[in-house]
Design a protein around this ligand. Structure first.
Ligand code: ZN
Length: 153
């Protein structure tokens, strides 16, 4: 799948506005249309309530607010097509798919959303350093980087 330039600029703006915390969201749509749905990252709330269970805060982790996830699923079911991609940012870190990102995207060693792409945005202060795309590879049984996800079409 490819991401439209407008979509890319929207998610980069989101990453900058949430800095130094991780942003998270979902891209809905089809080949023709894309809709960016910013989601709330509740990692700080989880960390405050239970730091033993959630040792990281929102600077190095994210959890999508469950209401936001449900809302996007409803929207996908009713009108806007499918969930194309999930995105989140890595403030002051490179754009790689971490072990935690893999764990979050996997259920019992199978991908939770096998057709979705995962976008990771590397953001340092006000600067976007890189955006990379990852997707499940059935042969590798792992998430691998997707080339050409940001080509102008
Ligand atoms: Zn990550």
């Amino acid at each position: 799948m490819t991401v439209k330039p407008e979509t890319l600029s929207q998610i980069c703006d989101h990453a900058k506005s949430e800095f130094p915390n991780e942003c998270c969201g979902i891209i809905l749509g089809s080949e023709e249309q894309e809709f960016v749905r910013k989601c709330r990252n509740i990692q700080n709330e989880l960390h405050q309530e239970d730091p033993d269970k959630y040792p990281r805060d929102a600077r190095t982790a994210y959890v999508i607010h469950p209401d936001d996830l449900i809302a996007v699923h409803k929207e996908a079911d009713t009108q806007k097509g499918q969930i194309k991609a999930f995105y989140h940012s890595h403030p002051n870190h490179e754009a790689y798919f971490s072990e935690k990102d893999k764990a979050d995207a996997t259920v019992w060693d199978e991908p939770a959303y096998p057709d979705a792409t995962y976008l990771v945005i590397s953001v340092y202060d006000t600067e976007i350093r890189a955006v990379k795309a990852f997707a499940w590879d059935e042969t590798a049984k792992d998430f691998v980087e997707v080339e050409g996800a940001f080509k102008e079409t």
